[in-house]
Design a protein around this ligand. Sequence first.
Ligand SMILES: Cc1ncc(COP(=O)(O)O)c(C=O)c1O
Length: 419
Amino acid sequence: MTEFRFDQWLDLYATRVSQMRSSEIREMLAVATRPDVISFAGGLPDTRVFPVNQIVESTQRVMLREGHEALQYGSSEGHEALRRHIVEMMAEIDVEVGVDDIIITDGAQQALELLGKIFIGRGDTIIVEAPSYVGALQAFTSYEPDVVSVPLDDMGLRTDLLAEKLEELIKKGRQPKFVYVVPNFHNPVGVTLVEERRRELIELSGKYGFVIIEDDPYGRIRFDGEEEPSLRSMDENVVYLGTFSKIFAPGMRLGWVAAPRAILEKLIFAKQAANLCSSSFSQRVTEEYLSAFDWRKNVEVLIDLYTERRDAMLSALEEFFPEEATWTHPNGGLFIWATLPDGLDSGEMLAEAIREAKVAYVPGRAFYVGVEKNSSMRLNFSYCPPEVIYEGIKRLGAVTKHHLALYRSLLRGYSPGSK
Ligand SMILES: Cc1ncc(COP(=O)(O)O)c(C=O)c1O
């Protein structure tokens, strides 16, 4: 009798596919999209911030003026007029680049995938922050690297630990290909890399010869605090990733890479193989929107909205979370990272949070490579209105306290002197 196998092609897939397992977390979070669940799990902008009417107008103008070109294939580098806007936007963060130093991608996510493709061979060493953006880990791990993780704290990546790690790797004859960082309002932690550590990171890249990938989707979504200089403004060898997803609309699927020409050339080859070009239509509509409307004002509106929500979440955490818990106080972006006392597993708690309290978050372990247990959670504050945030954190606080009490009683049960 033939053995029953769920997937009859299992022996045919490339080895990298084994890295693409569906996770138990993802399955649980699929339930969290139900309307009766308050979800802090996504990383989504509030749809209310999308300038729908301005996009309707931009689309109409593009179709009337250049409809045929907008529906044709475009160049792999991207629409030049859009790249000119990006040059201006980059100048605002003190990055001097020309149109030829930039290519357009399908969001920053495609840039991560293409960078994985051009830099990572099987078993190559790459360095990421711990924790790190899940989408980057997914993009990179499919190329089968050896992932080295370096912790971060309230001031961003621990460059002192990075230096130690690099020394260790080089001694073992392992050359790291790149260090991937989200320096502003980190996903998932919300912290910002301080200037001194930015300098240290750049010095280390000069000393050890790795590429720095600066992924910056949130830099413009600042509520308060001082702006730190972009890594790319400090060193022209940095590969900078930008995106229109958080300052305009993720549905346009547009981002960009500013990189040294030699790297850009390889990225273009990789992009040609991936999708020939990004959507000519999206690029032209976005270009028209940037030219015709005050997009900066729209960003200010969304900053006001998210500031209120961040504040609502911070005060709800203060009111409802156990006093042993800690959390970050981001000056921008979309996320707060809350940490429960050691020993508690936020992954284990998720099922109860969804089932009993109808509230969802992403457990910390999702943001690490090879970590099974973790007591932190990522809480998104951009998507729900303040009153829903308040209610959700109230419910989550109750689940957390319940788990903590349970954990304590278990500990007491196991303590050496107990009966
Ligand atoms: C750190 C980071 N990088 C990249 C992305 C991908 O964004 P997009 O592909 O929409 O530009 C995200 C999305 O949330 C992100 O948080």
